[in-house]
Design a protein around this ligand. Structure first.
Ligand SMILES: [Zn+2]
Length: 369
């Protein structure tokens, strides 16, 4: 049978008070220093004698620690003697803490320095093992220039393994930054360039070039794929897909693939044809850009649905900034594809051989006409 316990008002009051102390008033009380030789560090009670932390900020736990471990030795210290002992213990703790903070600062700086030096080694294409040599030099210099700071330099780890770890971290971070950038592309194109390295191995360099919604253009080198004699167009294609998937591209935003005519990609005979087709694409895109430029400068936003919507609601009446972006793109295009303006007539011949004037053609082609 459950019996109901009724508390008298006095006990009710005590009960409420106790609960309050338990749940709300977990605040370190000054007198605990005097009673139990405790102080507060980062809101945690710490024993001044053994520096142990008590996890619960409750008088019961603190008192128990004191009674179990230190009461026997310290209970006789009372009055002025106890105060002096407490001050001595507090000073010791403070010293220890500032030494701890200092050593943490030194080690943070040492870690940072090892990242910076690892980065320098990579930038200069040095082997990871050169880190040890750099450290030796650094210590020699420190001994002469700043002998008392030598330990701080000795703390910088530049062993081969550390350098390798740092470089891996750094490149992982770069990779993450690049993936973030690539995710922001609203359109991108891929360029592949075949070249041969010093050991005569053909390499396929894969670049991505994209534009984000602020019309900022970014070009990044993605990967170098070695090619053997037996490498086929299919192999290249699957490498390309793998590299781009790894970079996390959104395939629906792919605009074009450009090559310098990697033979295995386009076939040697088809090369000229591919170039002229590219030239056509560039030319038509340039025309489109000029059209947009003119329209925007006349306040016509009909080719930009989002801009039209903003324009109608009067959110952004300043079309000039968008026109300037288009002008910038156009100039960038002119600059990038300058090379095409020279053989333009030659391309015209391939495009429509019956409408070009023979006199506009280079001499070797004139004879062929
Ligand atoms: Zn203790």
């Amino acid at each position: 049978m459950v019996r109901e316990i009724r508390l008298t008002p006095h006990y009710q009051n005590v009960f409420v008070k106790r609960r309050k102390v338990d749940t709300e008033c977990r605040v370190f009380q000054e007198k605990w220093t005097q009673y139990y030789l405790f102080t507060e560090v980062n809101t945690k009670p710490v024993c001044l004698v053994c520096n142990q932390q008590v996890s619960v900020l409750k008088e019961y736990n603190i008192r128990r620690h004191y009674e179990t471990h230190h009461e026997e030795k310290y209970h006789h210290l009372q009055g002025q003697l106890r105060k002096e002992k407490i001050n001595e213990l507090l000073t010791g703790l403070k010293k220890q803490q500032s030494a701890f903070t200092r050593s943490r600062e030194v080690s943070d700086a040492a870690v940072k320095a090892s990242y910076l030096i690892a980065n320098e080694l990579v930038q200069a294409s040095k082997p990871f093992s050169d880190g040890e040599f750099v450290k030796t030099c650094m210590l020699k210099a420190a001994e002469v220039v700043y002998p008392e700071k030598r330990p701080a330099f000795a703390y910088i780890s530049l062993s081969r393994n550390t350098v390798a770890d740092r470089v891996e971290d750094l490149s992982g971070d770069l990779g993450r930054q690049m993936n973030d950038k690539i995710k922001s592309f609203i359109a991108f194109s891929v360029a592949i360039d075949e070249s041969t390295d010093v050991t005569d191995v053909a390499q396929l360099a894969i670049f991505i070039r994209g534009v984000d919604e602020t019309l900022t253009i970014t070009e990044e080198f993605l990967e170098l794929v070695p090619m053997k004699d037996t490498t086929t167009a299919n192999d290249i294609f699957s490498s390309l897909i793998r590299v781009l998937d790894k970079a996390g591209v959104d395939w629906s935003r792919a605009v074009s693939l450009a090559t310098d005519g990697a033979p295995s990609m386009v076939g040697r005979k088809g090369r000229k044809k591919v170039v002229t087709q590219y030239y056509e694409n560039i030319r038509s895109f340039k025309l489109k850009l000029s059209l947009w430029e003119t329209q925007l400068s006349n306040g016509d936003t009909s080719h930009f649905p989002c801009l039209t919507a903003m324009h109608v609601t009067g959110l952004n009446a300043d079309l000039d900034q968008y026109k300037d972006k288009i002008t910038g793109l156009l100039q960038e295009f002119e600059r990038r594809f300058q090379i095409f303006s020279e053989p333009e007539n030659e391309f015209a011949f391939f495009r429509s051989p019956f409408t070009v004037k023979a006199s506009d053609m280079p001499a070797d082609i004139q004879l062929a006409m």
